[in-house]
Design a binder for this molecule. Structure first.
Ligand code: SAM
Length: 286
């Protein structure tokens, strides 16, 4: 097997293929066996699992995944890496490599049989938009997400109400799944070393979320509106963004017991759900 576990191995391999890494694609490769093992362990992989990986890079994580599961589909944007991947994954016949931007990938086509596990060291530039997309539109396609992201993104996913890190990403993730930071990852385990630290998040999507929001699209719209004006009162943001009169909003506050003079960013996910459900059911459709 082609060795990928030290910066020297990786530098040599890239030089052999004449590849210079691109920062815009977040090309920082894992060169630490222990972290790779921990990611695989966190994903609780079984022989019957199908795994989707975004950004296989030179295949360090892909090798470990392929050893454990039935099939891996790995989506990579950089065509230059395919000659490397063909070499590093030559021993595995259960890996399908797809040359595509993950933002254009057809998620549903890959979970037709049963939900898949998404295990990846995500490229930093698409991590957040991908989570929005996966959890808003394709939740039923996935049974688990185990993803390495920038530490700051991981903190935004698990953030409690009120703080700076709490925003629409936290509300969406915590509504749609059970979220935890599995472990932190130092900069030193990558080649080349990135500027920031990372963390591995584990999100178990919920087919039936814990809170009834009335209508998910309305809920997401309401949450986005609140965090677009996070310092304003709930009353003012909702009045500006949604078709409700002042009386209707005051009434909604009284009915839910939520003080509408609070800043929206202080609302828990449960409180967002409560106000969403009440407003949506009062209007019928929006
Ligand atoms: N999985 C490898 C590892 O752990 O060492 C590489 C991870 S590296 C952080 C991110 C990878 O994602 C790079 O190989 C990069 O080329 C790829 N990538 C960046 N943007 C992408 C996109 N939009 N779609 C698919 N792959 C992308």
């Amino acid at each position: 097997m082609v060795k990928l576990s030290t910066p020297t191995d990786v530098a040599k391999l890239l030089a052999q293929h004449g590849i210079r890494l691109k920062k815009k694609w977040g090309q920082n490769f894992l060169v630490d066996e222990n972290i790779l093992r921990k990611i695989v362990h966190t994903a609780n992989l079984e022989q019957t699992d199908t795994v989707l990986e975004i950004g296989p890079g030179i295949g360090s994580l892909t090798q470990k995944l392929a050893e454990k599961v039935k099939a891996v589909t790995a989506v990579e944007i950089d065509a230059r890496l395919f000659s490397v991947l063909q070499a590093t994954l030559a021993d595995y016949d259960n890996v399908e490599l797809v040359h595509q931007d993950a933002m254009d990938f057809d998620w549903r086509a890959h979970c037709a049989q049963k939900p898949v596990k998404l295990v990846a060291n995500l490229p930093y530039n698409v991590a957040t938009p991908l989570f929005y997309r996966w959890l808003k539109e394709y939740r039923d396609c996935f049974s688990l997400f185990v993803c390495m992201v920038q530490k700051e993104v991981a903190q935004r996913i698990v953030a409690p109400p009120g703080g700076k890190a709490y925003g629409s990403l936290a509300v969406l993730c915590q509504y749609a799944g059970r979220c935890e930071i599995a472990f932190n990852v130092p900069r030193t385990v990558f080649f080349p070393r990135p500027d920031v630290s990372s963390a591995v998040v584990r999100i178990t999507p919920l087919t039936n979320p814990s809170y009834d929001v009335g209508d998910e699209r309305f809920f997401f719209r309401l949450v986005d509106a609140v965090f677009a004006q996070r310092r304003k009162t709930l009353f003012n943001t909702l009045h500006a963004a949604l078709p409700f009169s002042k009386e209707e909003l005051a009434d909604a506050g009284a009915a839910t017991g939520i003080d509408m003079s609070r800043r929206g960013e202080t609302l828990s996910v449960e409180e967002f759900a409560k106000i969403s459900r009440l407003l949506y059911t009062r209007k019928g459709s929006i």
